[in-house]
Ligand binder design. Structure first.
Ligand code: NAP
Length: 466
């Protein structure tokens, strides 16, 4: 008898198993893909206002179950409950936005070069879409893909990260409860490599949309080539914050904390390198220290927790090795760098850490950390700051603080990043295009741009009219 494989979903704050989820076999996944493909014609034929109604109903059910959903998210991801509640709203906002955009999938007509002809352009769904999502935003990373896909008339199948499948499973149940047919939006579970290969090998899947690490994204692009799938990739980041000489230091400190310590620093757009003008370095780092030391670390279910555990031992070891490497290369620990963890129970906490005088050669200045650690280095002039900021293969998010419009304009023009916050550490929004340049990805999610990757352009030339 073949033993059913399962994923034990653990609470990263305690190491306890919350629930076990069945791993879908290759046959299960192929059968789900077939169902999704078969449902495509009927779903894409439903008129836009009915699709909008179903999507809005889905969002409404999510809102009605906000606290339960947030609790599940905190249990499986470790993030503070206040952040999980915020993520539920954020996830639903993508559904609301695309419930409206589905009514605005306009085509156009083009004046022809003959009285005898008419040219009509229309938009059609790309087909069945497969999504693979990460553990750090288990709700929002899914709805950011599912909502535009469904709004465009595509059918959708998602594989969530093994660490956090429960939030996604719940969200898919809510979609069915809202009346979206079961075959139109589906979830399968299993190890990324296995499920990913079934998705990319399938001729019935026409698009892969992925959020996760850059190496996995590159592999998915390669595996999608043989069937010429559409691909959207939201990958790693290495965000700089530039604090100019004239910046409002208190604002910059608060926004740095908001950007860096959210989700224990495990967000792709969170600040990874702090570049502060040398004339304000000491004042800035002293103010930052005072506030960072007040952050409460703990179990995300406790109401006053501001920083939860990191997701797993692999993440924990990467963070610690980056801190040690920076200190070995001359960095000073301003605050933090202590930990509490239990390898056997599998929980890992890193206390919010600030490092100063960090060498550019340190690994933390070159790679994404995904942890609550902020390295500070100083600069003398803006071109030096921009050179440091741009010297990375990543180009997802960047931030800068200045009250001088010429300085701001210059920095904005010269940063090679897809998302830029000027005096703003929290730029994400359903109505704005989210995505990166260079090795941070392909395509955008959110805004009017976010539905385009789910659409094909169809060109009709009508002749012999007169
Ligand atoms: P990861 O290893 O790439 O995992 C992300 C997802 O990919 C998981 O569902 C994982 O499944 C799956 N996966 C792993 N190997 C795979 C393979 N060979 N083929 C297909 N799927 C595979 O990323 P992570 O380290 O867990 O997540 C953090 C990364 O995501 C960071 O680099 C971060 O910057 C990035 N991220 C980017 C954005 C953005 O919008 N740009 C947002 C959030 C996170 P299993 O874990 O179940 O195996």
């Amino acid at each position: 008898m073949i033993k059913t494989r399962q994923i034990d979903v653990k609470n990263p704050a305690t190491g306890e198993v919350i629930e076990s989820v069945k791993v879908d076999s290759k046959e299960d996944i192929e059968s789900a893909i077939l169902k999704g493909h078969s449902a495509l014609k009927a779903w894409s034929s439903i008129h836009a206002h009915e699709k909008a109604r179903l999507l809005k109903k889905w969002s409404e059910i999510i809102h009605n179950n906000k606290s339960d959903l947030a609790r599940i998210m905190t249990l499986e991801s470790g993030k503070p409950i206040s952040e999980s509640l915020g993520e539920v709203d954020y996830a639903a906002s993508y559904i609301d936005w695309y419930a409206e955009e589905t009514k605005r999938l306009y085509g156009r007509t083009i004046p022809a070069n003959s009285e005898n002809k008419k040219i009509v352009i229309s938009k059609k769904p790309v087909g069945m879409v497969a999504a693979i999502t990460p553990w750090n935003f288990p709700a929002a990373m899914m709805t950011r893909k599912a909502a535009p896909a469904l709004a465009a008339g595509c059918t959708f199948i998602v594989k969530p990260a093994e660490e956090t499948p429960l939030t996604t499973i719940k969200l898919i149940d809510f979609a069915h409860e809202a009346g979206i047919p079961e075959d139109v939006v589906q979830c399968v579970n299993g190890p990324g490599k296995e499920v990913g290969e079934v998705f990319t090998d399938s001729k019935l899947i026409r698009k892969i949309t992925f959020t996760g690490s850059t190496p996995v994204g590159k592999q998915l692009i390669k595996n999608s080539a043989d069937t010429m799938k559409h691909v959207s990739m939201e990958l790693g980041g290495h965000a700089p914050i530039i604090v100019a000489e004239d910046a409002d230091i208190d604002l910059a400190v608060d926004q740095t904390i908001a950007s860096k310590f959210r989700n224990a620093g495990q967000t792709c757009i969170c600040a990874n390198r702090l570049l502060v003008h040398e004339s304000i370095l000491e004042e800035f780092s002293n103010k930052l220290k005072t506030k960072v030391e007040q952050l409460k670390v703990g179990n995300g279910l406790d109401d006053d927790t501001q920083v939860g555990p990191v997701i797993n031992e692999k993440g924990f070891n990467k963070i610690i090795s980056q801190i040690n490497d920076a200190v070995d290369k001359g960095a000073e620990v301003v605050c933090g760098s202590n930990t509490h963890s239990d390898t056997e129970k599998e929980y890992f906490f890193v206390h919010p850490t600030v490092l100063k005088y960090v060498s550019r050669e340190s690994s933390i200045m070159q790679e994404e950390t995904f942890g609550p650690v902020i390295p500070i280095t100083s600069f003398q002039d803006l071109d030096e700051a921009l050179e440091i900021a741009n010297s990375t293969p990543f180009g997802l998010a960047a931030y800068f603080f200045t009250n001088d419009y010429r300085t701001g304009n210059y920095i904005h023009d010269n940063l090679e990043f897809g998302i830029i916050g000027w005096n703003d550490g929290a730029p994400s929004a359903a109505h704005a295009p989210f995505g990166g340049m260079k090795e941070s990805g392909l395509g955008r999610e959110g805004g009017v741009e976010g539905i385009e990757p789910y659409l094909e352009t169809k060109y009709l030339s009508i002749g012999n009219l007169s």
